[in-house]
Design a protein around this ligand. Structure first.
Ligand code: SF4
Ligand code: SF4
Length: 281
């Protein structure tokens, strides 16, 4: 971590995203007063009408890169920031919107918008690390308040943040939760997904769908085999990775060419699904 001033200048900006990760910052209600004392929040449109074009000691960036102007804007923001922190699944992996990478952007646009010619979008949705150097990544959809607290404390202390990289399964074990795979035969991405949520989904009796993204060195192929042993068809087993972190490696490699296209939707004539289903054959 580079040395930061006593009261660092902080910006919080967004690209393509839903604002949920920024809201996680505002949800730290108990700590908000301490945060604004410790950090000089100079730009945070979600929270204040004050604006600054930098320089920033710390810049939090939410959202993926999906439009040409965002590429330029991101490069400018990076040049004005000492530390750049990517927050959330969109910024670190492309987010749910990266599911469009398995199809043609023009097809999606024609399906959704009355006049797609007005749209200026890139062919691919990408995480910000594909474009600029990122100093810290905070995963999740949305990010974990506990991990955010740890990051802010580490930034003030000038130390490296201790962000976990263990499987959700370990959180299940620590909480004494019954494994939904063993007990109910559910499909669960917990063994290959980074912890941070407190195993919320298994605590409600359902499998994890991977919103914190892949942990380091996940054995995705083995989990796909396990899903198949449990009765899922091969494509269906692989399509389980086509979610919020679909574009993150190695989830991305597991997903069939059709990228989660559903044959039943193709059969119903949903635009774009026929081609996607064909590509999977
Ligand atoms: S429920 Fe999922 S996350 Fe929890 S122990 Fe079982 S496989 Fe792992
Ligand atoms: S269990 Fe999985 S899908 Fe559910 S909140 Fe946690 S990481 Fe996200």
């Amino acid at each position: 971590m580079p040395g930061l001033p006593l009261r660092p200048r902080v910006g919080v900006v967004k690209l393509t995203s839903c604002d949920g990760c920024q809201l996680t910052i505002l949800d730290l209600e108990e700590e908000l007063l301490s945060i604004v004392e410790a950090f000089d929040i100079v730009d945070f449109p979600e929270a204040t009408s004050s604006r600054s074009s930098g320089p920033y000691d710390i810049l939090f960036v939410e959202g993926s890169v999906s439009a040409p102007d965002q590429v330029e804007r991101l490069a400018e923001l990076r040049a004005r920031s000492t530390l750049l922190v990517a927050i959330g699944a969109c910024a670190t992996a492309g987010g749910i919107q990266a599911l469009r990478n398995w199809g043609e952007v023009g097809d999606w646009a024609a399906t959704v918008y009355p006049d797609p010619s007005l749209l200026q979008v890139l062919d691919r949705v990408t995480p910000i690390s594909d474009h600029v150097k990122v100093d810290v990544e905070v995963r999740g959809c949305p990010i974990s308040p506990d991990q955010l607290r740890e990051l802010l404390a580490a930034l003030l202390a000038g130390r490296r943040p201790q962000l976990p990289d263990e499987a959700v399964c370990l959180e299940c074990k620590r909480r004494g939760l019954t494994c939904v795979v063993v007990a109910a035969g559910a499909t669960c991405l917990g063994p290959v997904t980074r912890s941070g949520c407190g195993a919320i989904c298994p605590s409600f009796g359902r499998g994890c769908y991977g919103c914190f993204g892949p942990r380091e060195q996940p054995n995705v192929a083995s989990l796909v085999s396990r899903f198949e042993l449990d009765g899922l068809a091969p494509d269906e087993a692989r399509r389980r990775f086509a979610g919020i972190n679909a574009w993150a490696e190695p989830y991305r490699d597991a997903i069939p060419r059709g990228g989660g296209a559903r044959p039943e939707l193709a059969a119903a004539g949903v635009p774009g699904e026929t081609e996607a289903a064909d590509a999977r054959r």
